[in-house]
Design a protein around this ligand. Structure first.
Ligand SMILES: [Zn+2]
Length: 88
């Protein structure tokens, strides 16, 4: 089981969190994006082996969205920060 260190609640089991997807995907500009760009945004994701930047919601805790650095091979958790801080 993964143990994710929430900045507010401390180290918690993954069962308290909901995976929110790849944190590096950016929404296309609605004024200029093509249909192909929208299709890629909605359906296409990488499946990396190794370090991955992910969104996790602490659903059974503080309800914060977090950006978690996780290795998909070892499941080692690296840096964890608030998503609102990571977006700026
Ligand atoms: Zn929390």
């Amino acid at each position: 089981m993964l143990l994710i260190p929430c900045p507010h609640c401390g180290v918690r089991p993954e069962t308290e969190f909901v995976y929110g997807g790849d944190a590096t995907v950016r929404r296309p500009d609605p004024k200029t994006a093509s249909l192909d760009a929208w299709a890629a945004y909605i359906y296409e994701r990488d499946n990396p082996k190794g370090p991955h930047t992910e969104l996790w919601l602490h659903a059974s805790g503080c309800h914060s969205w977090l950006v978690v650095e996780r290795d998909t091979v070892t499941h080692a958790i690296g840096q964890v920060r608030q998503a609102r801080d990571a977006a700026s």
